[in-house]
Design a protein around this ligand. Structure first.
Ligand code: ATP
Ligand code: MG
Length: 332
Protein backbone atom coordinates (compact mmCIF):
# COMPACT_ATOMS: atom_id res chain seq x y z
CA UNK A 1 0.00 0.00 0.00
CA UNK A 2 1.36 3.44 -0.86
CA UNK A 3 1.90 5.63 2.16
CA UNK A 4 0.31 9.08 2.45
CA UNK A 5 0.70 11.79 5.06
CA UNK A 6 -1.27 14.96 5.67
CA UNK A 7 -2.09 17.40 8.46
CA UNK A 8 -4.41 20.14 9.62
CA UNK A 9 -3.29 22.99 11.87
CA UNK A 10 -4.90 23.72 15.26
CA UNK A 11 -5.25 27.41 14.36
CA UNK A 12 -8.98 27.73 15.20
CA UNK A 13 -11.60 26.18 17.49
CA UNK A 14 -13.47 24.65 14.58
CA UNK A 15 -12.63 23.29 11.15
CA UNK A 16 -14.49 24.91 8.28
CA UNK A 17 -16.30 23.38 5.32
CA UNK A 18 -13.26 23.88 3.06
CA UNK A 19 -11.11 21.79 5.41
CA UNK A 20 -13.63 18.98 5.24
CA UNK A 21 -14.58 19.05 1.57
CA UNK A 22 -11.07 19.90 0.34
CA UNK A 23 -9.06 17.65 2.65
CA UNK A 24 -10.47 15.52 5.48
CA UNK A 25 -13.16 13.85 3.36
CA UNK A 26 -10.41 12.43 1.11
CA UNK A 27 -8.34 11.41 4.13
CA UNK A 28 -11.24 9.31 5.39
CA UNK A 29 -11.51 7.53 2.04
CA UNK A 30 -7.76 6.93 1.81
CA UNK A 31 -7.70 4.95 5.04
CA UNK A 32 -8.89 1.95 3.03
CA UNK A 33 -6.52 2.30 0.09
CA UNK A 34 -3.36 3.69 1.68
CA UNK A 35 -1.09 3.36 4.67
CA UNK A 36 -2.32 6.68 6.03
CA UNK A 37 -0.61 9.03 8.50
CA UNK A 38 -2.53 12.08 9.71
CA UNK A 39 -1.33 14.60 12.25
CA UNK A 40 -2.09 17.89 13.93
CA UNK A 41 0.89 20.20 13.23
CA UNK A 42 1.08 22.20 16.42
CA UNK A 43 4.72 23.15 15.74
CA UNK A 44 3.51 24.87 12.58
CA UNK A 45 0.68 26.57 14.46
CA UNK A 46 3.14 28.66 16.50
CA UNK A 47 4.81 30.15 13.41
CA UNK A 48 2.19 32.88 13.64
CA UNK A 49 1.18 34.62 16.86
CA UNK A 50 -0.92 32.28 18.99
CA UNK A 51 -2.52 32.12 22.43
CA UNK A 52 -0.82 29.55 24.69
CA UNK A 53 -4.02 29.25 26.75
CA UNK A 54 -5.99 27.84 23.82
CA UNK A 55 -3.45 25.80 21.85
CA UNK A 56 -3.81 22.53 23.80
CA UNK A 57 -7.62 22.70 23.71
CA UNK A 58 -7.58 23.47 19.99
CA UNK A 59 -5.26 20.54 19.40
CA UNK A 60 -7.60 18.16 21.27
CA UNK A 61 -10.56 19.71 19.43
CA UNK A 62 -8.88 19.09 16.10
CA UNK A 63 -8.42 15.44 17.01
CA UNK A 64 -12.06 15.16 18.20
CA UNK A 65 -13.22 16.61 14.88
CA UNK A 66 -11.02 14.28 12.84
CA UNK A 67 -12.43 11.26 14.69
CA UNK A 68 -16.00 12.52 14.39
CA UNK A 69 -15.49 13.09 10.64
CA UNK A 70 -14.48 9.47 10.19
CA UNK A 71 -10.79 8.93 10.87
CA UNK A 72 -10.42 5.57 12.56
CA UNK A 73 -7.27 5.04 14.65
CA UNK A 74 -7.47 1.32 13.83
CA UNK A 75 -7.09 2.10 10.13
CA UNK A 76 -4.74 5.09 10.19
CA UNK A 77 -1.99 6.57 12.35
CA UNK A 78 -3.22 9.74 14.05
CA UNK A 79 -0.87 11.85 16.15
CA UNK A 80 0.17 15.29 17.35
CA UNK A 81 3.37 16.67 15.81
CA UNK A 82 5.01 17.85 19.06
CA UNK A 83 4.63 14.34 20.51
CA UNK A 84 7.16 13.14 17.93
CA UNK A 85 10.37 15.09 18.57
CA UNK A 86 11.97 13.68 15.40
CA UNK A 87 10.09 16.31 13.35
CA UNK A 88 12.05 19.19 14.88
CA UNK A 89 15.28 17.17 14.80
CA UNK A 90 15.07 16.39 11.09
CA UNK A 91 14.06 19.99 10.41
CA UNK A 92 17.46 21.08 11.71
CA UNK A 93 19.36 18.80 9.36
CA UNK A 94 17.23 19.77 6.34
CA UNK A 95 17.59 23.46 7.26
CA UNK A 96 21.34 23.03 6.87
CA UNK A 97 20.77 21.80 3.32
CA UNK A 98 18.36 24.60 2.35
CA UNK A 99 19.68 27.67 0.59
CA UNK A 100 18.74 31.01 2.09
CA UNK A 101 17.67 32.26 -1.33
CA UNK A 102 15.72 29.08 -1.94
CA UNK A 103 13.71 29.56 1.27
CA UNK A 104 13.22 33.25 0.46
CA UNK A 105 11.33 32.34 -2.71
CA UNK A 106 8.49 30.57 -0.87
CA UNK A 107 5.33 32.53 -1.60
CA UNK A 108 3.45 31.48 1.56
CA UNK A 109 6.14 33.19 3.65
CA UNK A 110 5.79 36.33 1.58
CA UNK A 111 1.98 36.27 1.95
CA UNK A 112 1.82 35.44 5.64
CA UNK A 113 4.65 37.79 6.63
CA UNK A 114 2.97 40.65 4.78
CA UNK A 115 -0.22 39.91 6.69
CA UNK A 116 1.63 39.97 10.04
CA UNK A 117 3.77 42.98 9.20
CA UNK A 118 7.29 42.27 7.99
CA UNK A 119 9.01 43.09 11.32
CA UNK A 120 6.84 40.65 13.24
CA UNK A 121 7.40 37.70 10.93
CA UNK A 122 9.53 35.09 12.71
CA UNK A 123 12.38 32.83 11.66
CA UNK A 124 9.92 29.98 12.40
CA UNK A 125 7.57 31.26 9.72
CA UNK A 126 10.55 31.46 7.36
CA UNK A 127 11.58 27.85 8.00
CA UNK A 128 7.96 26.55 7.97
CA UNK A 129 8.45 24.81 4.59
CA UNK A 130 11.60 23.05 5.87
CA UNK A 131 9.66 21.67 8.84
CA UNK A 132 6.94 20.58 6.42
CA UNK A 133 9.59 18.75 4.38
CA UNK A 134 10.73 17.01 7.57
CA UNK A 135 7.11 15.99 8.36
CA UNK A 136 6.82 14.27 5.00
CA UNK A 137 10.30 12.75 4.63
CA UNK A 138 10.38 11.23 8.13
CA UNK A 139 7.62 8.81 7.12
CA UNK A 140 8.97 8.02 3.64
CA UNK A 141 5.57 9.08 2.28
CA UNK A 142 4.91 8.25 -1.36
CA UNK A 143 2.23 10.88 -1.73
CA UNK A 144 1.05 13.98 0.05
CA UNK A 145 -2.58 14.93 -0.53
CA UNK A 146 -2.60 18.72 -0.31
CA UNK A 147 -4.35 21.68 -1.84
CA UNK A 148 -2.95 23.64 -4.77
CA UNK A 149 -1.58 26.26 -2.30
CA UNK A 150 0.99 23.72 -1.06
CA UNK A 151 2.47 22.75 -4.45
CA UNK A 152 5.57 24.96 -4.04
CA UNK A 153 6.35 23.54 -0.59
CA UNK A 154 6.11 20.05 -1.98
CA UNK A 155 8.58 20.92 -4.71
CA UNK A 156 11.01 22.05 -2.01
CA UNK A 157 10.46 18.77 -0.17
CA UNK A 158 11.35 16.82 -3.31
CA UNK A 159 14.45 18.96 -3.93
CA UNK A 160 15.67 18.45 -0.35
CA UNK A 161 15.09 14.69 -0.51
CA UNK A 162 16.99 14.42 -3.80
CA UNK A 163 19.79 16.65 -2.53
CA UNK A 164 20.24 14.64 0.66
CA UNK A 165 20.12 11.33 -1.21
CA UNK A 166 22.69 12.53 -3.78
CA UNK A 167 25.09 13.98 -1.22
CA UNK A 168 24.88 11.45 1.61
CA UNK A 169 23.32 8.31 0.16
CA UNK A 170 19.73 7.24 -0.46
CA UNK A 171 17.64 7.57 2.70
CA UNK A 172 14.49 9.37 1.60
CA UNK A 173 11.58 8.40 -0.61
CA UNK A 174 10.96 11.30 -2.99
CA UNK A 175 7.25 12.02 -2.58
CA UNK A 176 4.88 12.71 -5.45
CA UNK A 177 2.69 15.77 -5.21
CA UNK A 178 -0.79 14.34 -5.04
CA UNK A 179 -3.30 17.07 -5.63
CA UNK A 180 -6.55 15.21 -6.16
CA UNK A 181 -8.59 16.47 -9.10
CA UNK A 182 -12.30 17.17 -8.85
CA UNK A 183 -11.92 18.14 -5.20
CA UNK A 184 -13.86 21.14 -4.08
CA UNK A 185 -11.98 24.29 -3.23
CA UNK A 186 -14.28 26.35 -1.06
CA UNK A 187 -14.24 30.13 -1.20
CA UNK A 188 -14.83 32.75 1.48
CA UNK A 189 -18.55 33.64 1.67
CA UNK A 190 -17.81 37.34 2.06
CA UNK A 191 -15.01 37.42 -0.52
CA UNK A 192 -15.67 34.61 -3.00
CA UNK A 193 -12.42 35.35 -4.85
CA UNK A 194 -10.37 34.23 -1.79
CA UNK A 195 -10.23 30.76 -0.25
CA UNK A 196 -12.09 30.08 2.96
CA UNK A 197 -9.34 30.09 5.62
CA UNK A 198 -9.22 29.43 9.36
CA UNK A 199 -6.88 32.30 10.08
CA UNK A 200 -7.37 34.73 7.19
CA UNK A 201 -11.16 34.81 6.63
CA UNK A 202 -13.47 37.14 8.53
CA UNK A 203 -15.97 35.29 10.77
CA UNK A 204 -18.77 35.98 8.27
CA UNK A 205 -16.76 34.34 5.51
CA UNK A 206 -16.37 30.92 7.14
CA UNK A 207 -18.84 28.10 7.68
CA UNK A 208 -17.57 26.47 10.86
CA UNK A 209 -18.46 22.83 11.34
CA UNK A 210 -19.07 23.34 15.05
CA UNK A 211 -21.29 26.41 14.78
CA UNK A 212 -25.00 26.24 15.48
CA UNK A 213 -27.23 25.88 12.39
CA UNK A 214 -28.80 29.30 12.89
CA UNK A 215 -25.35 30.95 12.89
CA UNK A 216 -24.38 29.24 9.65
CA UNK A 217 -27.82 29.93 8.14
CA UNK A 218 -27.31 33.62 8.80
CA UNK A 219 -23.84 33.57 7.20
CA UNK A 220 -25.20 31.78 4.13
CA UNK A 221 -28.07 34.27 3.90
CA UNK A 222 -25.54 37.13 3.96
CA UNK A 223 -23.14 35.48 1.48
CA UNK A 224 -21.98 37.90 -1.20
CA UNK A 225 -23.58 37.18 -4.60
CA UNK A 226 -24.12 39.13 -7.82
CA UNK A 227 -26.96 41.38 -8.98
CA UNK A 228 -28.37 38.96 -11.56
CA UNK A 229 -31.18 36.55 -10.72
CA UNK A 230 -30.10 33.41 -12.51
CA UNK A 231 -28.72 30.45 -10.56
CA UNK A 232 -25.91 29.30 -12.82
CA UNK A 233 -22.42 27.89 -12.23
CA UNK A 234 -19.88 30.39 -13.56
CA UNK A 235 -16.93 30.89 -11.20
CA UNK A 236 -15.58 33.82 -13.25
CA UNK A 237 -18.71 35.95 -13.51
CA UNK A 238 -20.67 34.55 -10.53
CA UNK A 239 -18.09 33.52 -7.92
CA UNK A 240 -20.50 33.72 -4.96
CA UNK A 241 -23.36 31.67 -6.44
CA UNK A 242 -20.88 29.19 -7.91
CA UNK A 243 -19.31 28.69 -4.47
CA UNK A 244 -22.75 28.01 -2.94
CA UNK A 245 -23.50 25.51 -5.71
CA UNK A 246 -20.13 23.82 -5.12
CA UNK A 247 -20.86 23.40 -1.43
CA UNK A 248 -24.41 22.17 -2.08
CA UNK A 249 -23.21 19.68 -4.66
CA UNK A 250 -20.33 18.37 -2.53
CA UNK A 251 -22.53 17.83 0.54
CA UNK A 252 -25.40 16.14 -1.32
CA UNK A 253 -23.39 14.27 -4.00
CA UNK A 254 -25.68 15.81 -6.60
CA UNK A 255 -24.32 17.22 -9.86
CA UNK A 256 -24.14 21.00 -10.21
CA UNK A 257 -26.07 20.68 -13.50
CA UNK A 258 -28.93 18.93 -11.66
CA UNK A 259 -29.01 21.72 -9.10
CA UNK A 260 -29.06 24.35 -11.84
CA UNK A 261 -32.08 22.58 -13.38
CA UNK A 262 -33.83 22.32 -10.00
CA UNK A 263 -33.37 25.99 -9.27
CA UNK A 264 -34.34 27.29 -12.71
CA UNK A 265 -36.79 30.14 -12.13
CA UNK A 266 -36.15 30.25 -8.38
CA UNK A 267 -34.37 33.01 -6.49
CA UNK A 268 -31.06 33.27 -4.65
CA UNK A 269 -33.02 33.32 -1.37
CA UNK A 270 -34.47 29.85 -2.11
CA UNK A 271 -31.01 28.44 -2.84
CA UNK A 272 -29.55 29.94 0.32
CA UNK A 273 -32.38 28.69 2.50
CA UNK A 274 -32.09 25.15 1.17
CA UNK A 275 -28.31 25.19 1.43
CA UNK A 276 -28.55 26.23 5.08
CA UNK A 277 -30.62 23.09 5.66
CA UNK A 278 -28.18 20.90 3.78
CA UNK A 279 -25.35 22.27 5.93
CA UNK A 280 -27.34 21.77 9.14
CA UNK A 281 -28.14 18.17 8.16
CA UNK A 282 -24.40 17.58 7.94
CA UNK A 283 -23.24 19.56 10.97
CA UNK A 284 -25.91 18.60 13.55
CA UNK A 285 -25.01 14.92 13.95
CA UNK A 286 -21.35 15.86 13.59
CA UNK A 287 -21.53 18.30 16.49
CA UNK A 288 -23.02 15.55 18.59
CA UNK A 289 -20.23 13.11 17.72
CA UNK A 290 -17.55 15.73 18.38
CA UNK A 291 -19.08 16.40 21.80
CA UNK A 292 -18.83 12.72 22.71
CA UNK A 293 -15.08 12.77 21.98
CA UNK A 294 -14.61 16.10 23.74
CA UNK A 295 -16.25 14.67 26.82
CA UNK A 296 -13.70 11.88 26.98
CA UNK A 297 -10.24 13.52 26.93
CA UNK A 298 -8.68 10.42 28.47
CA UNK A 299 -9.75 8.35 25.46
CA UNK A 300 -8.37 11.04 23.10
CA UNK A 301 -5.07 10.94 24.96
CA UNK A 302 -4.93 7.16 24.62
CA UNK A 303 -5.56 7.40 20.87
CA UNK A 304 -2.81 9.99 20.57
CA UNK A 305 -0.36 8.01 22.67
CA UNK A 306 -0.82 4.97 20.43
CA UNK A 307 -0.49 7.17 17.35
CA UNK A 308 2.72 8.77 18.61
CA UNK A 309 4.24 5.39 19.44
CA UNK A 310 3.55 4.07 15.94
CA UNK A 311 4.75 7.33 14.34
CA UNK A 312 7.97 7.35 16.37
CA UNK A 313 8.89 3.82 15.28
CA UNK A 314 9.07 4.99 11.69
CA UNK A 315 10.30 8.53 12.33
CA UNK A 316 13.00 7.27 14.69
CA UNK A 317 14.35 4.78 12.14
CA UNK A 318 14.54 7.49 9.47
CA UNK A 319 16.26 9.94 11.81
CA UNK A 320 18.83 7.33 12.88
CA UNK A 321 19.66 6.65 9.23
CA UNK A 322 19.95 10.39 8.58
CA UNK A 323 22.28 10.98 11.53
CA UNK A 324 24.44 8.06 10.44
CA UNK A 325 24.77 9.38 6.86
CA UNK A 326 25.49 12.89 8.10
CA UNK A 327 28.35 11.54 10.18
CA UNK A 328 27.19 12.25 13.74
CA UNK A 329 28.83 10.17 16.48
CA UNK A 330 26.12 7.71 17.57
CA UNK A 331 25.20 7.89 21.27
CA UNK A 332 26.14 4.75 23.20
P1 ATP B 1 -4.84 28.47 8.10
O1 ATP B 1 -5.61 29.69 7.67
O2 ATP B 1 -4.45 28.47 9.56
O3 ATP B 1 -3.68 28.14 7.17
P2 ATP B 1 -6.54 26.64 6.67
O4 ATP B 1 -8.01 26.87 6.70
O5 ATP B 1 -5.79 27.05 5.43
O6 ATP B 1 -5.91 27.29 7.98
P3 ATP B 1 -4.91 24.28 7.03
O7 ATP B 1 -4.82 23.66 8.38
O8 ATP B 1 -3.79 25.15 6.56
O9 ATP B 1 -6.31 25.09 6.95
O10 ATP B 1 -5.14 23.15 5.92
C1 ATP B 1 -5.74 21.91 6.18
C2 ATP B 1 -6.17 21.27 4.86
O11 ATP B 1 -7.36 21.93 4.38
C3 ATP B 1 -5.13 21.40 3.73
O12 ATP B 1 -5.07 20.17 3.02
C4 ATP B 1 -5.69 22.48 2.83
O13 ATP B 1 -5.26 22.33 1.47
C5 ATP B 1 -7.20 22.29 3.00
N1 ATP B 1 -7.96 23.53 2.80
C6 ATP B 1 -7.83 24.66 3.53
N2 ATP B 1 -8.71 25.60 3.11
C7 ATP B 1 -9.41 25.05 2.07
C8 ATP B 1 -10.47 25.53 1.21
N3 ATP B 1 -10.97 26.75 1.34
N4 ATP B 1 -10.97 24.69 0.29
C9 ATP B 1 -10.45 23.42 0.16
N5 ATP B 1 -9.46 22.93 0.92
C10 ATP B 1 -8.94 23.71 1.88
MG1 MG C 1 -3.58 26.97 5.33
Amino acid sequence: RPRVLSGIQPTADSFHLGNYLGAVRQWVAMQDTHDAFYFVPDLHAITVEHDPRTLAARTRNAVAQLLALGLDPQRCTLFVQSHVPEHAQLEWVLGCLTGFGEASRMTQFKDKSLRQGADRATVGLFTYPVLQAADILLYQADGVPVGEDQRQHLELTRDLAQRFNARFGAVFTVPEPFIPTGIAKIQDLQDPTAKMSKSASSPGGIIELLDEPRVNAKKIRSAVTDTEREIRYDPEAKAGISNLLTIYSALTDRKVSELEADYAGKGYGDLKKDLAEVVATFTEPLRERVRVYQDDPAELDRVLARGATRAREIAGATLTAVHERIGFLPPK
